[in-house]
Design a protein around this ligand. Sequence first.
Ligand code: TYD
Length: 137
Amino acid sequence: MEKKRPHIITLPKITDPRGNLTFVEEGKHLPFGIARVYWTYDVPAGEVRGSHSHHVAEELIIATSGSFNVNLFDGCKTETYTLNRPFEGLYVPPGYWRTLDNFSSGSVCMVLTSIPYSEDDYVRYYDEFIRLATQTE
Ligand code: TYD
């Protein structure tokens, strides 16, 4: 089976002089079903979030306000995505070590996730991530 790769998903955008509107529908705009939504906000300047990988969870990360960087490491190389458009999301498959940094003041990071919260799905130790990434290559 072909390995799933990170990519930007452009969501529908209804432009309107009253303000724009974006939406996302399961089965239409995403390669996974939505089991959970969480968001981080009030992130202090210079702070780093994330620093983990997932065994199974697929995610779509959206900067619903402001901007931040998502750095994705597959065990070989890192790709950095700057998110700053509320109608774009970064699809992140399992198996990528992610750090989020460079948060602008007032930014909101919303994440749509394919599974309910489970600590068992997290790889929180970098050494373990490297071991797993090397195994599957
Ligand atoms: P953490 O994974 O450190 O956040 P991030 O990766 O976005 O920087 O999560 C912080 C805490 O919140 C941790 O104790 C787990 C808890 N948490 C939940 O209870 N439910 C959730 O859906 C998420 C994402 C985290």
